[in-house]
Write a protein that binds this ligand. Structure first.
Ligand SMILES: Nc1ncnc2c1ncn2[C@@H]1O[C@H](COP(=O)(O)OP(=O)(O)OP(=O)(O)O)[C@@H](O)[C@H]1O
Length: 273
């Protein structure tokens, strides 16, 4: 069993401390994204900080998911996608030729709309990343990482007696928490969530929202959601996208009660969407 404060925890705290000096965890500058000739994101600049949950909202097709995927280079997997501009993680250009994309995706983890556990045991789902990144030097250390990750994802008590069962046999909400545990296991700095509750029932959704509250501060969290009540509940910062543009970005309370832009106001009052 690992001690509460492992080496990777210490490293994470040091990184977190670094972000308290006022630097954003992620900075996007003049980012545009094209699919072939079609521009899906137009000249977006945004800072994502460590201590807040940031929500991306906006009508269907406005580019929320596209922009989210630029933050850990998931767009690299789409042949027609091209990204312009600059995105840094702790000041480091993530699109530079020297960037190891596998490492980047461990540092900036992602949780998708539909829970996608591997067809492996619960244990192996969480142990997968630490194994490929060589984060544990012994079986007991690996077990410690798996236990801690499942605890942080609020799933340990439900699965501790059946770690050998398949991850795909869990309920949808449990599968999504397993995917969050899998992301946490490699000690990320940022967790990107792309509509993580849209396939879940209200009780499972409430559990994920509660989890987001608990994870806040430890990881920078960015959540794409089409559900404005959810954005208002879980986030402290909100970015409103429309037709590929970042229209407004600010404190969630201000965006929802006193938006500056007419387009934001029209959207949050349900005039379109
Ligand atoms: N793989 C792709 N190839 C071509 N065009 C794409 C691709 N993915 C997204 N697009 C287009 O880019 C634009 C932005 O889509 P995106 O999925 O990022 O929007 P979104 O705001 O996340 O929408 P939704 O809320 O419906 O998921 C849309 O016009 C969409 O059709």
């Amino acid at each position: 069993m690992m001690t509460d404060m492992s080496m990777s925890d210490i490293a994470a705290h040091q990184r977190a401390d670094h972000s308290h000096d006022g630097d954003p965890r992620i900075r996007a500058e003049n980012v545009s994204v094209f699919y072939g000739n079609k521009k899906a994101i137009d000249d977006v600049s945004i800072d994502i900080d460590q201590d807040n949950v940031t929500a991306f909202i906006g009508p269907s097709g406005c580019g929320k998911s596209t922009f989210l995927r630029t933050l850990n280079r998931m767009n690299d997997t789409i042949a027609s996608a091209r990204v312009e501009g600059r995105i840094t993680l702790d000041g480091e250009d993530i699109y530079s030729s020297g960037m190891d994309v596998v490492q980047l995706r461990a540092r900036v983890g992602m949780v998708f709309q539909k829970p996608n556990p591997f067809p492996k045991s619960i244990f192996d789902n969480v142990a997968y990343g630490p194994r490929i990144h060589g984060l544990a030097t012994s079986k007991s250390e690996l077990e410690g990482i798996v236990e801690r990750s499942l605890k942080r994802a609020g799933l340990w008590d439900e699965v501790k007696d059946r770690l050998a069962d398949s991850g795909t046999a869990l309920s949808g909400g449990q599968q999504q928490r397993l995917c969050i545990a899998r992301a946490i296991a490699v000690d990320p700095e940022v967790i990107l969530m792309d509509e993580p509750c849209s396939a879940l029932d209200p009780i499972a959704t409430a559990k994920i929202e509660e989890l987001i509250h608990e994870l806040r501060g430890r990881y920078a969290i960015v959540i794409v959601t089409h559900n404005m009540q959810q954005a208002a509940r879980v986030s402290q910062r909100t970015a409103f996208f429309h037709l590929g543009h970042l229209v407004e970005y600010g404190d969630t309370s201000a965006i929802f009660t006193n938006p500056t832009e007419t387009r934001t106001k029209d959207y949050i009052t349900g005039r379109y969407g």
